[in-house]
Every structure is written in C-alpha cells, then in structure tokens.
Design a protein around this ligand. Structure first.
Ligand code: KIV
Ligand code: NA
Length: 266
C-alpha cells in the first residue's frame, strides 16, 4: 500500500475525503489498524491513562513514548504515524521543542509530532517546521492542561472563547501545523474552524464537520468499563479477549489443552 505522506493530508481535505486516525501504542495493534485502512496512527500521551495506569497524561515522558513510537512506525506500512510531545517536553520554547523533535525523529521513524496549544506554541511549531519536522496541533480541551481546565470540559463555548479558539487555529496553521486536532469543541465552532483553515481538522468530540476523526483505540474497541460520551464503542474486544483468556484457563485446568495437535511426538 502507498504510504500516506504529509501532502496527502491537505489533498484529502481539498477532495472532501474524511481522514481516519486512531491511537496505537504497540506493533500488534498498529498492524491491525494499518491493515484496516486507518490513515493516521497517533502514539498519544494517552498511553499514560490507557496502558501505564496513570489517571492523567502529565507523568508521561519522552522516554516512555519512544519505544511505542518506534514499534508503531515499524509496524505501519501505509499509515501516517504521529507521536505526541508529552507534558514538559516543549513548553519552555522553540529550543526545547526542537531538541525533543530531533530526538523523536532520530529515534523512532515517525512522520510527524503533535503538541498541544495555540498562540503560545507558535514559536515551537515554526522552529520544528523549519527543521523539517511536520507538526500536528491540538486545540480545545488539551489534557496536559487539565488542572487549569478543571477536568475534561468542552472548550470554545460563547463568542469570546470561540473567537479565541479560531484565532489559535489560524495562528498554528500559519506557523506550519499540517493538521489540527480539535478536542471537545462545540460542533458548530469545529465546523467554522474547519472552513477557515487550509489543513485538515481532526475531531474528537468535535462533531461531524471536521475533516477527519480520531479516537483512543481502547475506547473505540470497547476495552474499558468507562469511556467518554463522544467515544462510540465500535466493538466488544474486551469481552472477546476475556472469553478467550477464560477458555484458555478452563482448558489448561481441565487437561484438554494441549492436545495431540499442539504437542510434539518423540
Ligand atoms: O493522546 C491522545 O490520545 C490524543 C488524542 C485524544 C487526540 O492526543
Ligand atoms: Na495526547
């Protein structure tokens, strides 16, 4: 399959083709999602919540993200692979962001990086873009700022907040962002931002008018007891995995596995 490259993102938007993105944190799931035709794979700092047992993304480090990013980049034949910049790895300025970006690109083989924020990260996005590192932006509810937001809350409600979010989107695209994730943004505002920016918007809890959609894969596949309201369950993989594990336990305890087909003769 032909690799999705950075120019295909804007081309998809121009043609009105919706882009699909899922998180992935390992080679096993990355291969499955890539074969399913998912256009973009995000090695998100949501790995903190989904895989590492944290309750927020704040403890996640660059060192935590490099091995999964490398695994996903190796496994994906077609998808455009993006890795998150974790909290604390870019806020200080362009120099810090560039150091993080260079390390990510040298050590993982991903196609782009993603960072959170609007006007405040314009220097970082410009420096990375100038260095040849494509950047995906992330606006609206940005989980690394959850303590300032007071938890996951819809962002951009009301004229003033909507105007500010629109200006942030224009600013990061002007700085070089190749796509913009919009998280927990009212659908009409996400639609307006989608109209005014030249690059694809990728929504999560941001309505159907975005150029693409992203979900955290464990929410999408039904691996967890709880998931956010915007995250539809498209399968019951958790239940399927539990029943496979239960069957294995039963057969080993009952002495029916391994049978003749699964062992070796003398
Ligand atoms: O880390 C993540 O999974 C993300 C998506 C929710 C966009 O940033
Ligand atoms: Na993230």
């Amino acid at each position: 399959p032909k690799r999705v490259r950075v120019h295909h993102l804007a081309e998809a938007k121009a043609r009105g083709e919706r882009l699909t993105m899922l998180t992935a944190y390992d080679a096993v799931t990355a291969r499955i999602f890539d074969e399913a035709g998912v256009d973009m794979l995000l090695v998100g700092d949501s790995i903190g919540n989904t895989m590492h047992g944290h309750t927020t993304t704040l403890p996640v480090t660059v060192d935590d993200l490099i091995p999964p990013a490398r695994a996903v980049a190796r496994a994906a034949q077609r998808a455009f692979v993006v890795v998150d910049f974790p909290f604390g790895s870019y806020e200080a300025g362009a120099e810090q962001a560039l150091a993080t970006g260079v390390r990510m690109m040298k050590e993982t083989g991903v196609s782009a990086v993603k960072l959170e924020g609007g006007k405040r990260v314009v220097p970082q996005i410009r420096a990375l873009t100038d260095a040849g590192i494509p950047v995906v932006g992330h606006l609206g509810y940005t989980p690394q700022s959850e303590n300032r937001f007071g938890g996951p809350r819809v962002q951009g409600r009301g004229d003033v907040a909507a105007e500010q979010l629109s200006e942030d989107a224009l600013a990061i695209v002007e700085a070089g962002a190749v796509a913009v994730v919009l998280e927990m943004v009212p659908a009409p505002l996400a639609a307006r931002i989608t109209e005014i920016v030249a690059v694809p918007t990728i929504g999560i809890g941001a309505g159907a008018q975005c150029d693409g959609q992203v979900l955290v894969w464990v929410d999408m596949a039904g691996m967890t007891d709880w998931s956010p309201r915007f995250a539809k369950r498209f399968g019951d993989v958790g239940a399927a995995l539990r029943s496979a594990a239960t069957a294995y336990v039963d057969e080993v305890r009952g002495g029916t596995f391994p049978d003749a087909a699964h062992q070796f003769d003398a």
